[in-house]
Design a protein around this ligand. Structure first.
Ligand code: ADP
Length: 267
């Protein structure tokens, strides 16, 4: 049987999976996200592009609850991530509530962050067993399926340091998928890799995008990859979305001068 990638949730298929409403994030006097509104529909692949410092990674870090917004609300699959409701009033979310909502989200970081003291298989089974309470046997069977999917079925017993950076990043993708997230966040996942290792990782992600129904939110400088996998591209500048649309439109016929400048610098 093919390894099932996402948690099926027909109630929200095609509906809104992520919603930012008037989100403002500041660091001191630096307003990094300015009253940001956007949504990602279930099953879609959305890419965030824009100059360095425009706030793209901050969005992913807010979704991972590594940061909290000063204003606004974030919803994941209909549940507030930033808030919870108590006696009919919205209050800032407590740790327990946040943990539950965050289970719907998987993230792959620039630096792969594998557990160096654990073999590859255990890196992938650790969270399903300890966070989701999955039985060890089931977790291992799924982990083997996922490692096959990322082309590393023969590396279950290796330690991370015995793998190339590209292979480690593919383990990190399998590890994120093992939690059956509804959305996968990808934060410049190839930027720490040697150039010859980039294609292998992007191929795995392209396959995932084209053959599964997982929702993806990517920050990337790989414009060809963004063009291949995106349903929608959001162009950021100074904490705002200045332009959005399908990749054919954004990459071939952008409306905003700032988008044209950015693309001519990176393409
Ligand atoms: P991007 O991903 O588009 O390059 P970021 O979201 O990483 O942009 O950063 C947006 C802005 O927020 C930058 O000006 C950056 O310096 C600032 N910033 C990010 N994280 C922090 C932090 N922890 N403390 C202070 N400033 C930060």
């Amino acid at each position: 049987m093919a390894t099932e990638i996402t948690t099926p949730n027909p109630a929200v298929d095609g509906g809104e999976l992520i919603r930012f409403d008037n989100v403002t994030k500041r660091f001191g006097t630096n307003t990094v996200l300015d009253n940001l509104d956007f949504t990602v529909a279930s099953g879609k692949h959305v890419t965030l592009i824009g100059p360095s410092g425009s706030g793209k990674t901050t969005i992913l870090r807010l979704l991972m609850t590594l940061l909290r917004p000063e204003e606004g609300t974030i919803t994941v699959d209909g549940d507030y991530l930033t808030h919870e409701s108590k006696n009919g009033k919205l209050i800032p979310a407590g740790e327990k509530h946040t943990r539950e909502v965050r289970k719907k989200i998987g993230m792959v970081f620039q630096q792969f962050n594998l557990f160096p003291n654990m073999r590859v298989l255990r890196n992938v089974t650790e969270a399903p067993v300890h966070v989701l309470g999955m039985g060890k046997e089931e977790a291992e069977e799924r982990a083997r399926g996922l490692l096959d999917l990322v082309g590393l079925g023969d590396k279950c017993d290796a330690y991370p340091t015995q793998l190339s950076g590209g292979q480690q990043q593919r383990v990190a993708i399998a590890r994120a998928l093992a939690m059956r997230p509804q959305v996968l966040l990808l934060d410049e996942v190839t930027s720490a890799l040697d150039p010859e290792l980039v294609a292998g990782v992007l191929d795995v992600l392209r396959d995932l995008a084209h053959t599964t129904d997982i929702t993806m939110l990517c920050v990337t400088h790989e414009m060809n990859f963004a063009r291949d996998i995106s349903d929608d591209v959001l162009m950021f500048d100074a904490g705002r979305v200045i332009e959005s649309g399908p990749p054919e439109k954004i990459f071939s016929d952008p409306e905003h001068e700032r988008t044209r400048e950015f693309l001519s610098a990176v393409l």
